[in-house]
Design a protein. Structure first.
Length: 150
């Protein structure tokens, strides 16, 4: 982990420049572009949905891993879905963290598509629980971008 000191300054062009001293990964200044995310209605966009459900007792971590590899491609072209992470814990809880462009896009997937039935089937008939969060800013270190919803 880098323990370099960071000097972050915001410019009028909504750029963020980070001078990271003594960091072996980023020896020179790194420029991060801020992208504005708004819905077509002009409202705050980007919603994070944390979906959890109880897995059937016969689903081991290994079986879960096999299953998510098989179904992961289904999420590549879902309208409005920015990112999805699959979740698993040793207490038999599975789920996902979804980053959406808008809540409308998320609800279209969850309530107007086969998604809910697929989740119930994968979880042995258990209903998923969905926690909704407004997502004002996403720091993406992989693409060196900061996405802003407001």
């Amino acid at each position: 982990m880098c323990s370099a000191k960071r000097d972050v300054r915001f410019t009028p062009e909504s750029d963020i420049k980070c001078d990271i001293a003594e960091c072996p990964l980023y020896p020179e200044s790194v420029e991060l572009r801020t992208m504005l995310q708004c819905s077509s209605k002009g409202e705050i966009a980007m919603i994070t949905a944390v979906v959890t459900f109880r897995l059937p007792p016969e689903i081991s971590r290994e079986k879960w891993q096999e299953n998510i590899k098989q179904v992961s491609t289904r999420f590549q072209n879902v309208p409005g879905l920015i990112r999805k992470q699959f979740l698993y814990n040793e207490k038999g809880i599975g789920g996902g963290v979804y980053l959406w462009e808008t809540r409308e896009a998320a609800e279209n997937c969850y309530f107007k598509s086969p998604w809910g039935e697929n989740v119930r089937k994968a979880s042995g008939g258990n209903e998923p629980e969905i926690a909704w969060f407004e997502t004002g800013v996403v720091v993406d270190n992989e693409s060196l971008q900061i996405k802003t919803a407001t």
